[in-house]
Design a protein around this ligand. Structure first.
Ligand SMILES: Nc1ncnc2c1ncn2[C@@H]1O[C@H](COP(=O)(O)OP(=O)(O)OP(=O)(O)O)[C@@H](O)[C@H]1O
Length: 235
């Protein structure tokens, strides 16, 4: 029995000022260790759903459970702590610190997370060494590792964001279109490293992409329109 990683029950969310809810999801369960692809039309609410699961925004109904924790019962600070320790989030816009080098951006992932630091302790090497090693696996060269993030290409920044999410092995990786800026070779390499890391550590993966060619990597695909009943009354 692997247990549940994510459980939504009667989730409802509307953006402030919106006349109608964007999301109404009666139920969604994702098991620990599962690798799930989330698909849906542009603007259908995929990024919003990811932000609710990551505890960045809060649903009106308090029915989002992540790793056994009821997010509705946690304060913003507790949700931030849970995210720092257990969720690696690869944002569409990367959210890198522009004047820090590639490897410094990766090392940052453990700064606010005692749990990640503890898990990194199984390695004898320094955090700096481990961050550089991960970035090199993802295809950055020695010069690029030292360069400030704002001087990297979009594809290189995407890989730095992925390395930061993976650093210190969080239980859940949430990835919002993480391959959109990569060419085919870098995309395949990225997917291989991401899946290797997730399999090795039993990490749950929730991944949004428009790239249909990636579907075979996943245990299952969820169509947002099939689980979201928010638009049904309007039809
Ligand atoms: N901070 C916000 N405040 C108000 N409305 C928002 C906000 N963020 C997103 N929205 C709205 O919520 C809807 C869903 O947006 P979201 O980014 O979740 O869709 P998406 O499925 O991820 O789209 P895409 O595939 O284009 O990235 C859109 O109508 C968008 O304008």
């Amino acid at each position: 029995m692997r247990g549940t990683c994510i459980e939504l029950k009667q989730l409802e969310f509307r953006w402030p000022g919106a006349t109608r809810p964007l999301l109404q999801i009666p139920e969604l369960i994702i098991t620990r260790g599962e690798h799930v692809l989330l698909r849906g039309a542009s603007g259908s609410g995929k990024s919003t759903l990811l932000s609710l699961i990551a505890g960045i925004h809060q649903a009106a109904t308090n029915q989002v459970f992540v790793l056994g924790q009821d997010l509705g019962k946690l304060s913003q600070r507790q949700r931030d702590k849970l995210r720092a320790n257990e969720i690696g989030y690869i944002f569409q816009q990367f959210n890198l610190l522009p004047y820090l080098s590639a490897w410094q951006n990766v090392v940052l992932a453990q700064q606010f997370s005692p749990a990640r630091r503890e898990r990194l302790r199984e390695h004898s090497e320094s955090h700096k060494y481990l961050a550089k090693q991960l970035l090199q696996h993802l295809g950055l060269n020695a010069d690029e590792l030292e360069r400030p993030a704002h001087q990297l290409s979009v594809g290189q920044q995407q890989r730095v964001a992925a390395a930061r999410a993976l650093f210190g092995n969080p239980a859940l990786i949430i990835a919002d279109e993480p391959t959109s800026a990569l060419d085919a070779d870098h995309r395949d390499n990225f997917i291989e490293i991401l899946f290797d890391a997730c399999k090795k550590h039993g990490t749950t993966l929730l991944f949004v992409t428009h790239d249909g060619s990636l579907a075979h990597h996943f245990d299952r695909a969820i169509e947002l329109a099939e689980i979201n009943t928010a638009n049904e009354e309007a039809i």
